[in-house]
Design a binder for this molecule. Structure first.
Ligand SMILES: NC(=O)c1ccc[n+]([C@@H]2O[C@H](COP(=O)([O-])OP(=O)(O)OC[C@H]3O[C@@H](n4cnc5c(N)ncnc54)[C@H](OP(=O)(O)O)[C@@H]3O)[C@@H](O)[C@H]2O)c1
Length: 245
């Protein structure tokens, strides 16, 4: 936490999947830096706990229970957020689904699970961004961060739909960035690296927690990206570990 001026004061940030893991860490880090927050996840008690913790740090917080696969929930999330804050300056498409565990090979991957993973990890970021980017363009100001993974660029056996979804998310980021050329609205795909979270435990139960990054440290790298005096070139795939804290 910085003791100096709050670096996100006056900004409104939306974080999907804010109830645990990286999303929770981002919500708390953004609150400490003075951002107003729109948070969503499906699990209400955990979401409320994060919202209360962020509010305790002085943040203006809106917590909206939402399943990002649901059109109705996404519309409600956007409508409630714009009603409360009138804009979103920072959108973090963080909510993500790993898919079935133990990780099945593609030859055996259940179709319904494949569709589900793509809906959460690609379609929802697309739809949420589409809903919010018009306002960012009107103000010629805004940042969208799509949280990706090295599975997007490396073929790990068993990572099936998740890997496909993150590759697609990075494609979405590159294409949208080209379409945003000439504006001050930026989009990034950020790979947080291996972190000690529920998702990592589900995917790799034998991993040694102390060898994994802490979500709080990764969140600091996101703050660095958002507040750096010399912004990174948009559209690029960035690794949190290389961003600095
Ligand atoms: N952990 C790693 O090592 C690692 C490595 C590379 C990339 N990543 C990426 O980093 C991001 C955060 O991962 P994490 O490890 O923090 O994951 P996590 O611990 O599994 O947390 C995922 C969050 O997303 C929410 N979520 C899941 N499905 C949702 C849905 N349908 N609608 C709304 N919210 C939903 C969850 O809350 P509810 O279940 O209550 O909805 C939870 O808040 C993800 O994009 C992930 O792909 C993680």
């Amino acid at each position: 936490m910085s003791d100096g001026p709050k670096r996100l004061a006056g900004t409104v940030a939306m974080v999907t999947g804010a109830s645990r893991g990286l999303g929770r860490a981002l919500a708390i880090a953004f609150a400490r830096e003075g951002a107003a927050l729109a948070l969503c996840a499906r699990g209400i008690p955990a979401l409320d706990e994060v919202a209360n913790a962020a509010a305790g740090l002085g943040a203006d917080v809106l917590a909206v229970p939402a399943d990002v696969r649901s059109t109705r929930d996404l519309e409600r999330l956007v409508a409630l957020t714009l009603d409360r804050f009138h804009r979103v300056d920072i959108l973090i498409n963080n909510a993500s689904e790993l898919g079935p565990t133990p990780l099945p090979y593609l030859s055996e991957y259940p179709q319904a699970a494949f569709d589900d993973v793509l809906q959460v990890n690609v379609t929802a970021p697309f739809r949420l961004t589409q809903a919010l980017i018009g306002g960012m363009l009107l103000r010629n100001h805004g940042v969208v961060i799509n949280v990706t993974s090295d599975a997007a660029v490396t073929g790990y056996a068993g990572w099936g739909a998740y890997a496909v979804s993150k590759a697609a998310l990075e494609g979405l980021t590159r294409t949208w960035t080209a379409e945003l050329a000439g504006t001050d609205v930026r989009m990034y795909a950020v790979d947080p690296g291996d972190m000690d979270t529920d998702m990592h435990r589900a995917a790799m139960p034998d991993a040694v927690p102390s060898e994994l990054a802490r979500p709080d440290d990764v969140a600091r790298a996101f703050i660095h990206l958002l507040t750096s005096a010399e912004p990174a070139v948009a559209g690029h795939r960035l690794e949190a570990a290389a961003l600095g804290q």
